[in-house]
Write a protein that binds this ligand. Structure first.
Ligand code: SF4
Length: 232
């Protein structure tokens, strides 16, 4: 059963231009081979909601935002209630998600409980079994992507799409599939490509260190949106 795992009390990196804390949710419905948080993915708990809100009470006026991350935060049954309370306390909210739970996103968007959503576009569907451990979540991810592109076009929420990649596991041709799909869906934000953060024993798939980085010269020109690199 997904649960609260931990709280990072302060970050200037995870929510652009905000002083945020990060709430980590245990449990995930994917098993990305490059995942560098295996402890969170398999954890059963760590903190409870009372601890979270006691922490937030003390941070009123000091922090400006709360980031929900994981693991996969949308698996946590109480996420919507938490987001409601966090907003009532005056904090902005950001959700990091793998996009596999459109029904939760829909509720969060309907109540306008999110200011920022960062969604992982893991890979094209043919690579999903080997890279994220399942090919069952693709239709749900596509639904989430459509929901978020529409919500951001209406100015309801800031939305970013990102892909973590080792070119040994997913090459530029696969990234071009994603670039094409985002263009066809009329995505207007920034698409971030970031190199894997870890390798070896720290990762779920105990992956090898990448032999190279993504070659920008092999990527197609995005149509209607911006392409950017992180930690390249
Ligand atoms: S990287 Fe993959 S397995 Fe790890 S938390 Fe994110 S979605 Fe889950």
């Amino acid at each position: 059963m997904p649960a609260l795992y931990d709280i990072t009390p302060f970050s200037l990196l995870d929510y652009p231009d905000e002083m945020s804390c990060i709430v980590w949710f245990a449990g995930c419905n994917m098993r990305c081979v490059y995942c560098h948080n295996p402890a969170i993915v398999t954890a059963k708990g760590g903190k409870d909601e009372a601890e979270l809100f006691s922490f937030l009470e003390k941070r009123r006026g000091k922090l400006t935002a709360v980031v929900f991350s994981g693991g996969e935060a949308t698996l946590y049954a109480g996420l919507i209630d938490i987001a409601r309370r966090v907003r009532e306390m005056g904090f902005k909210t950001k959700l990091d998600t793998n996009g596999s739970r459109p029904e939760v996103l829909k509720k969060l968007l309907k109540e306008k409980l999110l200011d920022y959503v960062a969604m992982d576009y893991k890979c094209p569907p043919h690579l999903a079994p080997g890279l994220i451990g399942t090919d069952k979540l693709w239709p749900l991810f596509q639904e989430s992507l459509g929901l978020m592109i529409e919500a951001s076009a209406q100015g309801e929420v800031t939305f970013e799409v990102r892909t973590t990649v080792s070119p040994d596991l997913m090459d530029e041709a696969a990234l071009n599939d994603i670039i094409r799909d985002l263009g066809e869906k009329n995505y207007k934000g920034t698409y971030y490509i970031q190199n894997v953060f870890a390798h070896g024993e720290k990762t779920i798939g105990k992956i090898d260190a990448p032999s190279r980085k993504v070659d920008p010269a092999l990527l197609d020109q995005p149509q209607g949106f911006t392409l950017a690199f992180r930690n390249s």
